[in-house]
Design a protein around this ligand. Structure first.
Ligand code: ZN
Length: 46
């Protein structure tokens, strides 16, 4: 079952949510600049 995870683009620094399946490494592309320099951000619990 896919979850929503937060990602950040290292190129344009925008943050966005994408479906994420634990254990599966997929290549991510930034929806803004089409860069593949996208890192997953761990959700910070307040
Ligand atoms: Zn970007």
């Amino acid at each position: 079952m896919a979850e929503e995870a937060k990602f950040k683009c290292l190129r344009c620094m925008s943050e966005f949510c994408l479906p994420y399946t634990p254990g599966v490494t997929e290549e991510r592309t930034c929806p803004n600049c089409s860069s593949n320099s996208v890192r997953r951000i761990k959700g910070d619990k307040k």
